[in-house]
Design a protein around this ligand. Structure first.
Ligand SMILES: NC(=O)c1ccc[n+]([C@@H]2O[C@H](COP(=O)([O-])OP(=O)(O)OC[C@H]3O[C@@H](n4cnc5c(N)ncnc54)[C@H](OP(=O)(O)O)[C@@H]3O)[C@@H](O)[C@H]2O)c1
Length: 336
C-alpha cells in the first residue's frame, strides 16, 4: 500500500495531546468520492473541536483532521465527473481529512479552483466565504445601507464577513479582542471596531445608531456575546448563529424575540450540499468573481508546513491568530 505523511487523532482530547504525526496508508475513494493530492489545507476553529470530540461530526479515532483543502484530483470513484489533474477546493470527508498528503471528499463538496488563484487564497476561500455569503445574503437578506455587526471580526469567519458586508454596501461594525485585532477590522473596511474585551459593544452600537441597533449581527462566538447581542439588535433585525468559539451555546428567551420583532437565524452550509448543490455552485462562482474583482481577499498572516499543523491549531485555540491559517502540505514554508 502507498504511504503518506499525515496527522492522526489517536483518541479525543486536547489537540496538543492527541495529535500525532506519522506515516499511514493512502486512503481509497468510496462511491461518489474523489481523492485529492493536497497542496494546502486551511485550519478552522472546528479543527480544535473535532480533536476534542466536541464538534457535530464525531469520527471514531484514529482519524486525520482538517476540514478544507486545495489540490488536484488524484483518483475518482466510478461514475464521478471530476478527472485526475483537475484543480479543486473541497471540504473533506473525515476520517480522511486535509492534514495529510492525500484527502478524501464527497463530490457534493468539491468545487473548481481557477488556475490564477494561489494555493493559499484557494484554501482560504471555501468555508469562511461560502458560509458568510450564505449567511449575509440567503439567510439574512442583508440590504445596502443596513448596519452589519460582525463579532470576532479579525478571525477566519469574521474577516470574510466584514469583506462581504462591505462589498454588499452595508455599513459594517465589528468587535474583536484587543487593539491589534480592532485595527485589522478597520483595515478590512469596518467603520467602527470595538474591543469587546475592554469596551461595551452594546452601548457603542446603540449610541452610533441613535438607539436603533444593528440590522444584522453575525455571531461566531455565542455565549455571553450572543446574550449581549440581543440588547443591540434592531427592530426586524436578524442575528446569525455561526458558531460557538466562546465554548457556550446560549439559550434564547423566546418572548424577547417576539417583543422586539427580530429573528435568530441558523447558518450551516454543509446541509446545502445535500439539499441544494446548484445553489452552492452559484455561490462559489459569485465568490470567484468577487475575488477576481478584488472585492474580497482572504486574510492570511500565518502559514506553516504540514509538520507544524498541531502547533498552529493550538495558536487558533488560544486566540492568537487572525484570518485564515494556511498549512502547506507540498512546499513547506515558514510563518509570514
Ligand atoms: N456555521 C458554520 O457552518 C461554520 C463554518 C465555519 C466555522 N464555524 C464556527 O465559527 C467559529 C469561528 O471559527 P473560525 O475558524 O473563524 O475561528 P476564528 O474566528 O479564527 O477563531 C476564533 C475566535 O473567536 C474569538 N473568541 C471569543 N471567545 C473565545 C474563546 N473563549 N476561546 C477562543 N476564541 C474565542 C477569538 O477572537 P477575538 O480574540 O477577537 O475574540 C478567536 O480568535 C467557530 O465556532 C466555528 O466552529 C461555523
Amino acid at each position: 500500500m502507498q504511504q503518506m505523511r499525515a496527522w492522526r487523532v489517536e483518541g479525543v482530547g486536547e489537540p496538543a495531546r492527541v495529535l500525532e504525526f506519522g506515516t499511514v496508508g493512502v486512503p481509497e475513494p468510496g462511491p461518489g468520492q474523489v481523492r485529492i493530492r493536497v497542496h494546502t489545507a486551511a485550519l478552522n476553529f472546528s479543527d480544535d473541536l473535532v480533536c476534542r470530540g466536541r464538534y457535530q461530526v464525531r469520527p471514531e479515532p484514529p482519524f486525520t483532521p482538517g476540514m478544507e483543502c486545495t489540490g488536484r484530483i488524484d483518483a475518482v470513484a466510478d461514475g464521478v465527473d471530476w478527472q485526475p489533474g483537475d484543480r479543486v477546493l473541497a471540504t473533506t470527508t473525515l476520517p480522511h481529512g486535509a492534514l495529510a498528503e492525500y484527502a478524501i471528499a464527497d463530490t457534493a463538496n468539491v468545487y473548481r479552483a481557477t488556475e490564477n488563484l494561489s494555493d493559499s487564497q484557494a484554501a482560504g476561500l471555501l468555508i469562511p466565504y461560502q458560509t458568510s455569503h450564505i449567511a449575509l445574503h440567503r439567510r439574512a437578506r442583508l440590504q445596502p445601507g443596513e448596519i452589519l455587526l460582525v463579532h470576532a471580526g479579525a478571525g477566519g469567519m469574521g474577516s470574510a464577513a466584514i469583506q462581504l458586508g462591505v462589498s454588499a454596501g452595508a455599513r459594517v461594525f465589528a468587535t474583536a479582542g484587543g487593539p491589534d485585532k480592532t485595527a485589522l477590522c478597520r483595515e478590512l473596511g469596518a467603520e467602527i471596531a470595538i474591543d469587546y474585551r475592554s469596551e461595551d459593544f452594546v452601548a457603542i452600537v446603540n449610541g452610533a445608531t441613535g438607539g436603533d441597533g444593528a440590522n444584522v449581527i453575525y455571531d461566531p462566538v455565542g455565549g455571553d456575546v450572543f446574550d449581549r447581542s440581543r440588547k443591540c439588535i434592531a427592530w426586524e433585525g436578524r442575528i446569525l448563529i455561526i458558531g460557538f468559539s466562546s465554548g457556550r451555546i446560549a439559550e434564547l428567551p423566546t418572548n424577547h424575540a417576539m417583543l422586539k420583532n427580530y429573528s435568530v437565524v441558523g447558518v450551516y452550509p454543509a446541509r446545502y450540499a445535500q439539499k441544494d448543490r446548484p445553489f452552492l455552485e452559484q455561490t462559489h462562482e459569485e465568490l470567484l468573481r468577487l475575488l477576481e474583482s478584488g472585492a474580497i481577499d482572504p486574510l492570511i498572516r500565518l502559514q506553516v508546513p504540514l509538520e507544524d499543523a498541531a502547533r498552529a491549531i493550538g495558536e487558533l485555540t488560544n486566540r492568537n491568530t487572525v484570518g485564515k491559517v494556511i498549512v502547506h502540505v507540498d512546499a513547506p514554508q515558514t510563518d509570514v
